[in-house]
Design a protein around this ligand. Structure first.
Ligand code: ATP
Length: 382
């Protein structure tokens, strides 16, 4: 196994805008890192440069102790697991796993020992005589990983391996990959455009936008402390709300009224004027179900729609943003592939809330969970 270091990696196709623009990421031995971002952000190009399927324009790619920029893919000792698993349909599970060893000219004895050991780890030992067509999706995935294991690869690389599967199977496979990665402790880099997949799988997640690394952090850190509007909007479902916010001391005026923030937070944004407040739906609550001792602010707003889901509900409250803020939010929507239209506040409620459509409801908000972003740079100031 090995660590992977990307140092100031740049990839240019022709003389256009770099597809990967000065990206540096250190992946520790045994770590599981996800590359995530919208279509065209450069995540697949980055993965292909690790494997050696794409030339590096500038920067250093280091695997273990070795700079591999000029090494052919076969000399990098990495195992790529593809979307369709690339299994040979006419070969048994045993022969599919054995394939890389046979290719390398290994003796039957060694092949047998390695295939049996890998298939035990992967719980495939009872299916060794089957053909891929007679396996479940999860088992096929494990055969593909088995091939990578017998090669004693230094790292696993996955490029959107689950994108062709339906939602249920995708969920199962996700936990399967996470479980196996932990069990094997093998360095893994995984590309996806799906933020849920990124958040549930990785030790750390690298969020990319137009070739630039935005933030590299644990899922918890990305969710709780996004460094800018893009990361804040990309991570989380339903997405974070963005609202115009006028700051004056510890008072923040939102479209629905004023709320109070801590003195420390106020200091960080003093004199900044109009900002964009970011508040996740779950930082809100029906004021009537919140313990009276809990710190926070309340405001009144007219609820347009309520979506009740059993143990929780979402209330939708329309609002208007001034042009300065609208411009930045429209840009954000373009960056996020127009994933969400932010013309309304989404408020998370406890399932026991009695708030109904058309109510002028009293809403509570935990302002310690409110972020304040600079509308011109998108930077999180809090
Ligand atoms: P997706 O999720 O759509 O696959 P991605 O984030 O993996 O997107 P890449 O495939 O890495 O993005 O592409 C990054 C940028 O580089 C895109 O703008 C893409 O059009 C461009 N690009 C990728 N491959 C080539 C190529 N062979 N020649 C020219 N441009 C390319």
């Amino acid at each position: 196994m090995a660590s992977i270091q990307m140092k100031n990696i740049v990839k240019k196709y022709g003389d256009g805008f770099p597809a990967v623009n000065d990206v540096s990421i250190d992946i520790a031995d045994g770590e599981f890192v996800i590359l995530v971002g919208p279509s065209g952000c450069g995540k697949s190009t980055l993965l292909r440069m690790i494997v050696g399927l794409e030339d590096i324009t500038s920067g250093d790619m280091v695997i273990g102790e070795k700079r591999v920029n000029d090494l052919a893919p076969r000399d990098r000792n990495l195992a790529m697991v593809f979307q369709n698993y690339a299994l040979y349909p006419h070969l048994s599970v045993y022969e599919n796993i054995a394939f890389p060893l046979r290719l390398a000219g290994a003796k039957d004895e060694e092949v047998d020992a390695k295939v049996r050991e890998a298939s035990k780890t992967l719980e495939l030992d009872e299916h060794l005589e089957r053909k891929p067509a007679n396996l479940s999706g999860g088992q096929r995935q494990r055969v593909a990983m088995g091939r990578a294991i017998v090669r004693d690869a230094d790292a696993f690389l996955f490029d959107e391996p689950l994108s062709n599967l339906d939602a249920k199977l995708r969920g199962q496979m996700r936990s399967e990959i996470a479980r196996l990665q932990k069990k094997l402790g093998i360095t893994t880099v995984y590309v996806t455009h799906d933020q849920t997949e990124a958040m549930t799988l990785g030790d750390r997640v690298a969020v990319l936008k137009r070739g630039l690394l935005q933030q590299l952090a644990s899922p918890r850190e990305l969710y709780g402390n996004p460094c800018n509007l893009f990361v804040a909007g990309f991570i989380g479902s339903p997405p974070m709300n963005f609202l115009p916010a006028e700051v004056d001391g510890t008072t923040v005026t939102l479209p629905f009224g004023s709320v109070q923030i801590s003195a420390e937070k106020a200091e960080r944004v003093a004199g900044k004027g109009l900002l964009i407040a970011g508040i996740r739906p779950e930082a809100f609550e029906d004021a009537s179900v919140v313990d009276s001792g809990r710190e926070g602010s309340t405001f009144r707003a007219t609820v347009e729609v309520v979506e009740w889901l059993g143990n929780e509900a979402y209330a939708y409250i329309p609002f208007e943003a001034p042009p300065e803020v609208q411009q930045q939010l429209q840009q954000l929507e373009r960056d996020l592939d127009g994933e969400s239209l932010r013309t309304q506040l989404v408020v998370g409620l406890d399932g026991s809330s009695r708030i109904a459509e058309g109510d002028e409801a009293e809403i509570w908000v935990d302002t310690s969970k409110m972020h304040l972003f600079d509308p011109s740079t998108g930077e999180n100031l809090t």
